[in-house]
Design a binder for this molecule. Structure first.
Ligand code: GDD
Ligand code: MG
Length: 364
């Protein structure tokens, strides 16, 4: 990691999305607050930003805005100063940045970090900021490579790193290099986004800047990167943090095969591994197998049940002989004995699946 390049760097964190793809987990909790490797997802982002010299963060909130300040308060526990700016109706990514910028204290030439609130990234934020400042760019975008760029913002660059186009969710991507959701803006550039209206930074602001000849720079690297917007990615993010594949200062304990939160009771005859989290006071009985999964607080996995790459909600129960693979079980739900739930199945909160009611659902 590079040493802090600039004192008192300010950031804007975009957390106003509804997280629809993660339902039912996000019915009551915004995506950035879902427990991930034992702490709210954002705790990992906040701690990483802090480690790179960010001292003040403005949350751009909308959906369930009050839950963010309840979770993080003034930020003192993280060594940060936190502010909250709320859009009454969502203003889109660009409108949210413009709205949140009212709470910035820096001058027009200062760099401002902007983070999507659902990203785990191992890249060197300080080096991205230093590159932005050295090249006097208007905006510098962190870029990463993925197998399927059509689900992201496709970002071709020239040999100097200059971004030549920004193609959001295009069916015909021209490169595998995509927008990784971490930007450095020169403050005065944020002030050019129209205020009080819905603006997409991806569909309007970036293409507009490129067309106007502003220097939009790509900062490409190959470090760990994940958007946790889907159930499978969310579970992967949690297990990668627990296993130490991405180092997080917010991980409550050393990296290892699994993380047991206070009061969790795991039978010596149970098999728990693969970066699983066992929630506070949760019970895993003898002969149960839990791998690569997130078990919520107070849930119970009975003897002989198998839970792989899945989320089991708070207070939920998985009965003996049930098998879950790549499944989300909502809070308080009950999976009766012998059920086999596979790829993409979701059990809504409080639902009781009776014994042996076998379901092979792909999605809901
Ligand atoms: N405050 C606020 N208001 N935040 C919003 C709003 C809004 O109206 N709309 C979205 N956000 C926040 C979300 O909470 C999330 O943190 C971030 O903006 C991005 O929204 P997503 O819904 O997660 O977008 P995406 O994953 O489909 O695409 C974005 O991220 C990709 C990287 O993961 C784009 O920026 C793509 O270009 C990028 O490749
Ligand atoms: Mg996303």
């Amino acid at each position: 990691m590079t040493e802090t390049p600039l004192p008192d760097l300010e950031a804007i964190l975009l957390v106003g999305g509804q997280g629809t793809r993660l339902r039912p987990l996000t019915l009551g909790t915004p995506k950035p607050l879902l427990p991930t490797a034992g702490v709210p997802f954002l705790a990992h982002q906040l701690a990483r930003a802090r480690s790179f010299g960010v001292r003040r963060i403005v949350f751009a909130t909308s959906y369930r805005a009050e839950m963010f300040s309840e979770a993080f308060g003034d930020g003192a526990a993280f060594g940060l100063s936190l502010e909250y700016m709320t859009e009454e109706t969502p203003l889109g990514t660009g409108g949210a940045i413009r709205n949140a910028a009212q709470a910035l204290t820096c001058g027009p030439d200062a760099p401002v970090l902007v983070l999507n609130g659902d990203i785990l990234s191992g890249h060197d934020i300080a080096d991205q900021v230093a590159t932005h400042v050295a090249r006097k760019a208007a905006v510098t975008l962190h870029l990463t490579e993925v197998d399927d760029p059509s689900r992201f913002g496709c970002v071709p660059t020239d040999e100097t790193g200059r971004v030549t186009a920004f193609l959001e969710k295009t069916p015909n991507p021209v490169t595998n290099r995509i927008n990784a959701g971490c930007y450095v803006f020169t403050r005065s550039v944020i002030d050019t986004i129209p205020a009080g209206q819905v603006v997409s930074v991806e569909r309007e602001t970036f293409p507009g800047l490129i067309e106007d000849g502003a220097l939009v720079l790509g900062y490409a690297d190959a470090s760990y990167w994940l958007d946790v917007g889907t159930p499978a990615a969310f579970v992967k993010g949690s297990r990668d943090l627990v296993l130490g594949r991405l180092v997080s200062p917010a991980l409550p304990g050393p990296p290892g095969d699994f993380l047991a939160l206070p009061g969790a009771m795991i039978s010596a005859e149970a098999k728990v591994a693969g970066g699983s989290v066992i929630g506070a006071r949760a019970i895993v009985e003898s002969g149960a197998q839990v791998s690569g999964s997130v078990l919520g607080d107070d849930c119970v996995v009975d003897s002989g049940a198998v839970v792989v790459d899945s989320v089991v909600g708070i207070g939920a129960r998985v009965h003996s002989g049930a098998v879950l693979r790549d499944v989300i079980v909502g809070d308080g739900a009950v999976v009766g004995p012998g059920n086999e739930l596979l790829a993409g199945s979701r059990v809504w909160p409080g639902v009781v699946l009776p014994e042996s009611a076998i379901r092979f659902s792909s999605d809901i």
